[in-house]
Design a protein around this ligand. Structure first.
Ligand SMILES: *Cc1c(COP(=O)(O)O)cnc(C)c1O
Length: 391
């Protein structure tokens, strides 16, 4: 299915988004979460892949509960998966936000006194008054009530019955590092929180938390990045790649040793065949991935590489706004043509490797992709890759 973005023959690159891999990743994480249920985190346009197609594929794979960051994301999601339960992580900014929650029947995650007051006054009622998630902080100092505030809330609410907590949650700070003692500290803090809310389901794990397993799993998990193929923790990544990003070759050039390439004039060490590709940092191909002339390279790590015709092709010099140069010398003069596509990340170039070369994480690479790609979706019911529509 052609999924929008720019027309393929006019776009500088293409994103192929494999919804069958997304569904497979969901089922894998759901199995790893058992006996807990797995929700799906689809904030930031489902980590850049498109919230509507992602949510529909996840729903078909069995997902019934979704987390977004902001209410407008919840409204878009409500259209895509009308019968789902939708939680909004960032809390309530004011009464206007509460009204949007009411209309789309979104459930807010309440993590401050102001959130609690707004929802008590302006929440919607299901069978029970003003359903909500209570977020209690156990070490992030980002969102969430303190333990003491949560205890006071429970006492007040026993009298007023103003709120109906349907889930209590917290968020792990170091789950990607399994032996960090912070994990155990947060778990024991959260277990104390759960005692305040007897009978209310609990949620602690993001993707990395699921791999901690055991008591961390609680009743509901909240995977994000692993659904989209990113590595949640160090070591081998069991997830299927979901996004393939490719850039189109705009020119092939020949340059002599000693000539220079790109901004800041990085010298070429040998006679070089250069593929000039029509994707740059404006498309989320981070400037910090450059092979030279950016601060990260002073640390001595290499820059990013693409993948073309079965080989890695290293980036040359600085990534520019709309264009990036690759060294295709080793492929030979006749092997590369205008219009060829160089994989920036995908099945042959793991997204975490590309992100690492840019000094960042797969989350940021995915959510930076932007609007200048052609987007093609492989449907969840199509046999992996075979039925991909070509145009
Ligand atoms: C983004 C987010 C998640 C998902 O985290 P991943 O690391 O992408 O799995 C889960 N819970 C909360 C509160 C989040 O903000």
């Amino acid at each position: 299915m052609s999924g929008g973005g720019l027309e393929p023959h006019l776009a500088g690159g293409r994103l192929t988004i494999d919804l069958s891999a997304l569904a497979e990743n969901y089922r894998f994480l759901a199995a790893r979460s058992a006996p807990a249920e797995a929700a799906a985190v689809v904030k930031a346009d489902a980590y850049g892949i498109g919230i509507r197609p992602a949510a529909r594929a996840l729903w078909t794979a069995g997902c019934r509960r979704f987390f977004v960051a902001l209410p407008h994301e919840g409204v878009a999601l409500r259209e895509a998966v009308p019968d789902s339960e939708i939680f909004v992580l960032n809390g309530l900014f004011g009464t206007e936000a509460a009204a949007v929650h009411r209309e789309a029947r979104l459930i807010p995650v309440l993590g401050s006194q102001s959130d609690l007051s707004i929802w008590e006054a302006h929440g919607w009622d299901s069978e029970d008054p003003r359903p909500c998630v209570i977020h209690v902080d156990t070490g992030m100092n980002r969102l969430g009530l303190t333990y003491e505030r949560a205890r006071a809330l429970v006492e007040e609410n026993a009298l007023t019955g103003a709120l109906t907590p349907i889930l209590v949650m917290s968020h792990l700070a170091c789950a990607g590092t399994p032996d960090d003692p912070m994990n155990a500290r947060q778990l024991s803090g959260f277990q104390a929180v759960r005692m305040l809310f007897p009978g209310v389901p609990a949620s602690l794990c993001n993707s990395a938390g699921i791999f901690l397993g055991g008591d961390f799993l609680c009743d509901l998990t909240r995977p994000g990045i692993a659904l989209y193929g990113g590595a949640a923790a160090d070591g081998p990544n069991p997830m299927k790649p979901v996004v393939t990003a490719e850039t189109r070759v705009a020119q092939v050039r020949y340059a002599r040793a000693g000539e220079t390439v790109s901004y800041a004039a990085t010298p070429l060490m040998r006679d070089t065949i250069i593929a000039v590709a029509s994707t740059g940092y404006a498309d989320g191909y981070h400037r910090s991935a450059s092979s030279a002339a950016v601060p990260l390279r002073k640390l001595g790590q290499p820059g990013a590489s693409g993948f073309l015709h079965g080989r890695e092709v290293p980036l040359l010099g600085r990534v520019t706004m709309d264009l990036t140069m690759f060294d295709v010398t080793d492929l030979g003069a006749d092997a590369v043509a205008v219009g060829d596509h160089i994989e920036l990340f995908g099945p042959n170039m793991p997204i975490d490797r590309m992100a690492d070369a840019a000094g960042t994480i797969s989350y940021e690479v995915l959510t930076s992709l932007g609007q200048r790609y052609h987007r093609e979706y492989i449907e969840a019911d199509a046999k992996s890759g075979q039925d991909r529509s070509k145009r």
